[in-house]
Ligand binder design. Sequence first.
Ligand code: AMP
Length: 231
Amino acid sequence: MVTQARLLRPARLLILGPPGSGKGTQTDRLVKQFRIPALSSGDILRRQIDDKTSIGNLASGIIRSGELLPDAVMTSLITSELEALQWLSSTSTFLLDGFPRTQSQAEQLDHRLDRSGAALNLVVQLKVPVNVILNRIANRLVHVKSGRVYNLTYNPPKIAGIDDVTGEPLVRRPDDDPQVFKRRLDEYASQTEPLVKYYKSKPGNVLWSVAGDSSNVIFPKLQHEILARFG
Ligand code: AMP
């Protein structure tokens, strides 16, 4: 049973971390705990692939190879979502998962958010050991429409291969294949990890790092930090 809490101050969060570090799981828990609305770029792309849109067709090959979509495509996709959701305001609270993922995306996003007085005020860096990540990925299943993530070891679905909520089938992400996953880790190290330094250099102490071997260890620390800053 989750006891919900309302935040007093607008919280605009970004969760950064290597693939498999639990960004999706932390996001789900924050959505439930604090009712922070969230946008996951990976979930948006997977839905576009499912719906066979033109962005979906472009994304499918790139995601399967473990590479990143072009910055211009991602920035325009996510900015239009933010506009459509009416999150570009100084009173809004939201969480971004998976975007920005490169310095160019971060600069363009910040520029747009600054114009609306809606700059990110907490960037969470998840630090999880690589052996834990590899183990997790080998056991991960997802429900594409909702983005719900299961783990065969510590968070299995009630019925094997079936989403608990909708009864629809679960799938293994094609980009969780070991070779592709290695490339995604490399992409993270070269393209995304530099964002830690980028946000560290911003005023307002926005960057906050948290380490742990499991989402159950990380979540209480994250919850505490969010309450301290915005509760
Ligand atoms: P995720 O679910 O966040 O791990 O994203 C899955 C895949 O979608 C990534 O490996 C990339 O190929 C693509 N993707 C998601 N977000 C971005 C982004 N901000 N920039 C470029 N590619 C992205």
